[in-house]
Ligand binder design. Structure first.
Ligand SMILES: Nc1ncnc2c1ncn2[C@@H]1O[C@H](COP(=O)(O)OP(=O)(O)OP(=O)(O)O)[C@@H](O)[C@H]1O
Ligand SMILES: [Mg+2]
Length: 295
C-alpha cells in the first residue's frame, strides 16, 4: 500500500524462534503517521515479537513475510535488506527494562550519545537535549547521574534517549509496568506531548484504562495473530471477542455500557456523560476506579 501516511507495513509476517516457538503466525498491518497505537494481549501472545519487527530488531522468518518502512522523504525499505542503524533512524525502540539502555554517568550524556553519533552540531545538541528532558519532565536534570533517578524517572530517561533521535515512530514496550499510578501518567503524558508534535507512538500495554485514555488505535493480539484492530471505542465494545484473550475493557467502559452509555471509555468520559453527577461526593474525586490493570 502506498498511502502517503503509511510508515510501517507488515505483510504475511511469521516469526519462529530458534527453539521452534511460533510467536507470529501471519500478521498483516499498516501503521500510519500520527497514530498513537496500543498493542494489547495476554502474556506470550506475541506483542513484543511483533513490535520488534517494526524496526528490524527481528525479521520475518518466513520467506514471504515482509516488513517495509516508509522513511520520511526517502525510499521505502524492506527491513530484511537494510542495516539496523538505518532502520533505527525511522523507528526507535525502548525496551521494557529501561536499565538495558542506560549507560552514561549523566542524563545529558545519555541523551547526547545517539544524536552526536549522527553528527549533530553542539548547539543543536544542547537545545535538543534540554527540550527532550523537558518533554519527559526531567528538566534541569542534565547533570544528574541516572543511578540517582527513581525507576519511573529512568524509564522516562530511556524514552527521552529514543525521542531525542527524532525518529518518526517511537515504540515503547510496556512503559508503565511496575510504575505507580502517578508515574504511569507522567510517562504517558510525555508520550502524549511527543505525539502532539506530530510523531507516531506505539506502546505495548496491559493497562486498559491508560490505553483507553491515550491511544487512538488498539491492536489486540492473540496467539501470534491480530485478534482485532480499531479505535479504542471499537475494540473495547467487542467484549465477547476480547474475552478470548482475557482482556477486560476498562472498568469505566464496562460500567457505562451497563448503564446504557455506549462510547464511554474513561472515567472522564463517564463524568462528562453523566453531567458531573459522579463528582458529587467530594470535589475532584470520581467514584470509578482508575486502576484497570487486568491482563
Ligand atoms: N527469545 C525467545 N526465544 C524463544 N521463544 C521466545 C523468545 N521470546 C519470546 N518467545 C516466545 O514467543 C511467544 C511470544 O512472546 P512475546 O514475548 O512476543 O509475547 P508478549 O505478548 O510480548 O508477552 P508478555 O506480555 O509476557 O511480554 C511466547 O511463547 C514466548 O515464550
Ligand atoms: Mg512482551
Amino acid at each position: 500500500m502506498n498511502h502517503p501516511d503509511t510508515v510501517i507495513e507488515l505483510s504475511g509476517v511469521e516469526h519462529s524462534y530458534g527453539n521452534g516457538t511460533k510467536a507470529l503466525l501471519g500478521v498483516d498491518l499498516t501503521v500510519r503517521r500520527g497514530e498513537f497505537v496500543a498493542i494489547i494481549g495476554r502474556n506470550g501472545s506475541g506483542k513484543t515479537t511483533l513490535a520488534k519487527h517494526f524496526n528490524g530488531l527481528l525479521r520475518p522468518t518466513n520467506p514471504g513475510g515482509t516488513v517495509r518502512l516508509h522513511t520520511r522523504g526517502g525510499p521505502i525499505v524492506d527491513t530484511r535488506g537494510t542495516r539496523l542503524h538505518h532502520l533505527a533512524a525511522t523507528v526507535g525502540y525502548v525496551f521494557q527494562n529501561p536499565d538495558r539502555q542506560i549507560f552514561h554517568d549523566t542524563c545529558r550524556e545519555e541523551l547526547e550519545y545517539g544524536p552526536r553519533n549522527l553528527g549533530a552540531d553542539p548547539a543543536t545538541l544542547a537545545r535538543e537535549v534540554s527540550e527532550t528532558l523537558e518533554l519527559v519532565g526531567l528538566q534541569g536534570r542534565e547533570e544528574t547521574n541516572p543511578i540517582h533517578l527513581s525507576r519511573g524517572e529512568r524509564q522516562r530517561l530511556a524514552i527521552a534517549s529514543t525521542l531525542v533521535m527524532g525518529c518518526d515512530v517511537a515504540v515503547i514496550d510496556e512503559p508503565t509496568t511496575g510504575q505507580d499510578r502517578a508515574e504511569s501518567r507522567r510517562i504517558l503524558d510525555s508520550l502524549a506531548h511527543h505525539h502532539a508534535l506530530g510523531r507516531t507512538v506505539v506502546i505495548i500495554s496491559h493497562d486498559m484504562a491508560l490505553v483507553a485514555e491515550y491511544a487512538t488505535r488498539v491492536i489486540a493480539m492473540r496467539k501470534g495473530r491480530v485478534l482485532t484492530d480499531g479505535s479504542p471505542a471499537e475494540v473495547f465494545s467487542q467484549r465477547e471477542v476480547l474475552q478470548e484473550t482475557n482482556i477486560r475493557p476498562p472498568q469505566a467502559a464496562v460500567l457505562a455500557a451497563e448503564l446504557g452509555l455506549p462510547g464511554v471509555l474513561t472515567v472522564d468520559d463517564a463524568v462528562r456523560e453523566m453531567g458531573g453527577a459522579l463528582t458529587g461526593a467530594r470535589p475532584g474525586a470520581t467514584s470509578l476506579p482508575h486502576d484497570d490493570k487486568v491482563c
